[in-house]
Every structure is written in structure tokens, then in C-alpha cells.
Write a protein that binds this ligand. Sequence first.
Ligand SMILES: CC(C)(COP(=O)(O)OP(=O)(O)OC[C@H]1O[C@@H](n2cnc3c(N)ncnc32)[C@H](O)[C@@H]1OP(=O)(O)O)[C@@H](O)C(=O)NCCC(=O)NCCS
Length: 186
Amino acid sequence: MKHIGTKEYVTERLILRPFTEDDAEAVFNNWASDDEVTKYLTWPTHSSLDESRGYVNYCIQQYSTPSRYQWGIELKSTHELIGNISVVSSIEELECMELGWVIGRAYWGNGYMPEASMKVLEVLFDEVGANCVYAGHDVNNPKSGRVMQKIGMKFEGVLRQFGKNNQGIVDVARYSIVKSERSDKH
Ligand SMILES: CC(C)(COP(=O)(O)OP(=O)(O)OC[C@H]1O[C@@H](n2cnc3c(N)ncnc32)[C@H](O)[C@@H]1OP(=O)(O)O)[C@@H](O)C(=O)NCCC(=O)NCCS
């Protein structure tokens, strides 16, 4: 793969961009402090603005490593920062990358994450040269699975007791899309 780091991209309604230090308040207020949003996530709800500052700083530090991808999702219309999409792990020899995503509750149900993740797929396949992109969700969190379906990922199966999140040890539904499926569409 040819890593390019976290660049800015624009879609119909969204701007995908690197975080800046000024984003901590929006991270805290718009999603990270909400137990309903973090219910099926691997990190605990932020209980203070300082925790969101720490998270934003962690993301910013990652920008010096081109193989790390960590986007903030901004609404084009209001410039509000509403969520995050990232490559949460990658296996270089398989040219394979795993996506993770979160968006503030007030913004759910508008198709924003499908729009953001379609762009990220385009970048990872067409610019970075990934062969496979996958994602997994707690079986009790099917709304994330809906995003995976909407972007053309295929259901691979359930990895039993293979994830740990704020609900404990959980079964994980795994989806993926491979390069050959994307070229089929072009
Ligand atoms: C999963 C998530 C990213 C989906 O983002 P989104 O931009 O809302 O995606 P969509 O608009 O395509 O909606 C996806 C599904 O969410 C569900 N949904 C939509 N609005 C909802 C709402 N207000 N409340 C609860 N669920 C809702 C629907 O099932 C929808 O599927 P449908 O379009 O077939 O009806 C978002 O719900 C989220 O951030 N959840 C919390 C964090 C999380 O679970 N991350 C994934 C961990 S694997």
C-alpha cells in the first residue's frame, strides 16, 4: 500500500478533515460525552473536556505517521464537527484495513456515515491501494451494520465473543469489501 496520511476530502454534504486542537469542545459536546453514542464503542464516554482534548491530541500526533487515518467529519452547511471515521487497524501484508466510525446522536439517520465511509473507501482503494476493507459491529448494534450494507460491504459471519466494548465481551458481526468487487462496478 502507498500510505498518504489523513488528507482533506469533500463530499456532497460533508468535509472529511484532520482534527485540530480547536475541535475538542465539539468532540465532547457532539458525541464523546453521550453514553448512548458510546454504548457499543471500545472507549468509555468522556466525562470531561480534558478527555476530549487528550483524544484530539492523540489524533493530531498520529498525523505524523502516513499509515494512520483519522478524520473528523464536518457538515459543509454549518461547519459543525459531527463525528469521526478512522482506520482502526491495518494488516500491511494483506493490504487490508479496518474502519471504525461514530457520529453524534443529533445527526443519526441522515445517511452521513454512509456518505463519509463511501469517500473513505474510494480513498483507501483508489489512492492507498488497499485490497480489502472491513468493519465489525456488536451484533446488538445493527445500525452500524446498516452502514456497512449501504456501502457495499458483504456480511462475512459472526465472530463469537471476539469483541470487547462498553457492554463487555460481545459477538461481532463482520463485513468486508474487496478490490475486485469495486472494479466490477467501474
Ligand atoms: C452507526 C452510525 C455511525 C450510523 O450513522 P448514520 O449516519 O446515522 O447512518 P444512517 O443514516 O445510514 O443510519 C443507519 C441506521 O441507523 C438507524 N437509525 C437512523 N436514525 C436513527 C436514530 N435516530 N436512532 C436510532 N437509530 C437510528 C437506522 O437503522 C438506519 O438504517 P436505515 O437507514 O436502514 O433505517 C451512528 O448510529 C453512530 O454513530 N452510532 C454510535 C456509534 C457506533 O455505534 N459506531 C459504530 C460502532 S461499530
